[in-house]
Design a protein around this ligand. Structure first.
Ligand SMILES: [Zn+2]
Ligand SMILES: [Zn+2]
Ligand SMILES: [Zn+2]
Ligand SMILES: [Zn+2]
Length: 352
């Protein structure tokens, strides 16, 4: 490929600077070049071996700060003529030491060690090594014609099991793997998933005294098989209002939504000045799960009605037994019937 390599010299009072660059974009396809430059005078030689001809888009006419040979004035031959010997070489794929890469990319040192020294991609299994223990990733082996770039010994038939075991645990499973989540993450990415999107987050059985936890589907099975006798007609369908018959001493009854099979605990908290009623939904916080709003109303014996329209049914993994601070219907004591029965009308509708 026809590349231009400007050779520049800068004359300064104490000597001449010579530098070589390469006019090319810094993309890896261009390749890497190193150069050796030498100057001879009266049997003396000044040699500068550069590991890299800097790739630039435009030459600079400033005296270089690095990557140059300096020929001291005392070695110059008096005239303006400068005879140099230049050798530019294409760098073979060369593993860059970790310390050097760290400076270049500024990445985390631990993760750097887990990168292939040739392509800088994260090492994945299998990892190959030469007899001297140099490693490269499996996709680089054929590109290097199965020759170790560091020592030229054959590479690609000995696996580095120790390094493979280092790489392996950096892929972690979701904490909910044992209850069905198949997601795997690179270390550190899993907690975001567990908090915000895992649909296997363990849900706790809302029945007081029961310590069962499981995925949202398993919870529904558990609830039906263990506790269903508590309340029989507990199904409701999205958007239809239904009656919830409670006793203010009951504290909770549980409804199930027909399409999602999510459990909707209806809780009441009795206080001297009245009763709080709140509805929640036991489901993991994953984004695709349906969201619901609810309206709950209470009608007094003489026909007055108190209504609360909630913009959203709170999704929880576990019910709280604390008196709610928001998202509740409050029925003042004076509106309650004397017999402690509480007849509520509830309508849960999917949020579109
Ligand atoms: Zn590689
Ligand atoms: Zn080697
Ligand atoms: Zn998960
Ligand atoms: Zn239970």
């Amino acid at each position: 490929m026809g590349l231009l390599f400007p050779v520049q010299c800068f004359r300064e009072p104490f000597g001449v600077y010579v530098t070589v660059s390469c006019i090319a974009p810094s993309s890896p396809e261009v390749g890497e070049f190193s150069y050796d430059i030498s100057y001879k005078v009266d049997g003396q030689t000044v040699i500068y071996k550069s590991i890299e001809a800097k790739k630039i888009l435009q030459v600079s006419f400033e005296t270089p700060q690095d990557n140059f040979m300096l020929i001291p004035t005392s070695l110059l031959s008096g005239g303006d003529l400068l005879e140099l010997n230049l050798c530019i070489k294409t760098n073979v794929l060369r593993p860059i030491p970790v310390t050097e890469r760290r400076k270049k990319g500024g990445r985390m040192p631990v993760l750097d060690i887990l990168d292939c020294p040739i392509c800088f991609e994260a090492l994945t299994i299998p990892i190959f090594q030469c007899e001297n223990g140099h490693i490269v990733c499996s996709s680089c082996c054929p590109k290097l014609s199965n020759t170790c770039p560091s020592c030229t010994l054959p590479i690609g038939h000995i696996r580095n099991r120790a390094m493979e075991t280092v790489v392996e645990p950096t892929f972690v499973r979701c904490r909910n793997a044992k209850i069905g989540c198949k997601k795997k993450f690179t270390y550190g990415k899993e907690s975001e998933h567990e908090k915000k999107e895992c649909n296997f987050s363990p849900c706790s059985c809302p029945v007081q005294g029961c310590d069962y936890t499981g995925s949202v589907d398993n919870l529904e099975h558990h609830y039906v098989s263990k506790h269903k006798k508590i309340w029989k007609d507990d199904w409701f369908t999205d958007g239809c209002s239904f009656t919830v018959l409670m006793n203010t001493g009951d504290k909770m009854c549980i409804a199930r939504e027909a399409s999602t099979r999510f459990l909707f605990p209806v809780q009441c908290f009795r206080k001297p000045y009245g009763v709080y009623v709140t509805v929640s939904c036991i489901a993991p916080p994953y984004p695709e799960a349906k969201r619901f709003s609810y309206d709950v109303s209470y009608t007094t014996e003489d026909g007055h009605t108190v209504v609360y329209k909630s913009p959203e049914v709170k999704r929880v993994l576990e019910v709280s037994y604390e008196t709610p601070q928001d998202n509740f219907l409050f029925i003042p004591h004076t509106l309650l019937r004397g017999d402690e029965s509480l007849e509520l009308k509830l309508c849960v509708a999917e949020l579109k």
